[in-house]
Design a binder for this molecule. Structure first.
Ligand SMILES: CC(C)(COP(=O)(O)OP(=O)(O)OC[C@H]1O[C@@H](n2cnc3c(N)ncnc32)[C@H](O)[C@@H]1OP(=O)(O)O)[C@@H](O)C(=O)NCCC(=O)NCCS
Length: 190
């Protein structure tokens, strides 16, 4: 018998759900070692299957983080989306996202997962602000943030080394009020 699908949050194109080591380990292990994907994030060393299994085991201990899998119909898991360092006093958090399935880039899945997560951030967790950043060459990530209402707050100049050069890190942040406008617009879209 097929297992019941777990849905934690439902978007228009994606569902977000807790990760499952049993079914998700191999997919995550593949993309975490794919240079095309990790050039955009902070990883650069090879990750063994044991390291990856340990990462899954430690997820449950990370009380200030929420990591969800992004699923699409027919294909299943395509990536992860997360909140880090949730601060219940200042009511802030930091955002992370990776769509590891490269054939799923630029098809609106990231934006949908992001909007769905932001709805949870502001309307369920009652957080006040979400912070994020991206490397200046990552145009897709730039637009992924700006389309949801984030404002650019600054740059860390020549902060990271990628593909033989130093690049700026662009720092962005989003308050509920800024997001609401983007959210209403997104809800009206097909
Ligand atoms: C960044 C990422 C999450 C974006 O998700 P995605 O599903 O590929 O992007 P979407 O199709 O939802 O598009 C989001 C926005 O970027 C725009 N966009 C899509 N592809 C683009 C591209 N190649 N260049 C510039 N903008 C692009 C879209 O038009 C959309 O903006 P809009 O709403 O104003 O039209 C995803 O590509 C990814 O995980 N990349 C690899 C890892 C990474 O970069 N992580 C983020 C680190 S900060």
């Amino acid at each position: 018998m097929e297992k019941e699908k777990v849905v934690f949050l439902r978007g228009k194109k994606t569902i977000l759900r807790p990760l499952n080591k049993e079914t998700d380990l191999n997919f995550c292990w593949q993309w975490i070692n794919d240079q095309d994907v990790i050039q955009y994030i902070s990883l650069y060393l090879p990750v063994s299957i044991q390291d990856q299994a340990e990462w899954f085991d430690n997820l449950i201990k990370r009380k200030q983080d929420i990591v969800l899998g992004i699923e699409i119909p027919d294909k299943g898991l395509i990536g992860t989306i997360s909140l880090h360092k949730i601060d219940w006093k200042d009511r802030t958090t930091e955002h992370g996202v990776v769509i590891g399935a490269k054939d799923c880039w630029s098809k609106g899945y990231g934006k949908d997962a992001h909007m769905t997560l932001l709805n949870y951030v502001f309307n369920t967790l009652n957080l006040r602000k979400i912070n994020s950043s991206f490397i200046s060459f990552n145009r897709r990530s730039r637009n992924y943030h700006l389309t949801c209402g984030y404002k650019i707050e600054g740059r860390r100049r020549k902060q990271v080394y990628r593909n033989g050069k130093y690049w700026d890190i662009v720092i962005v942040g989003l308050f509920r009020k800024e997001w609401i406008t983007a959210w209403k617009k997104y809800q009206r879209e097909e």
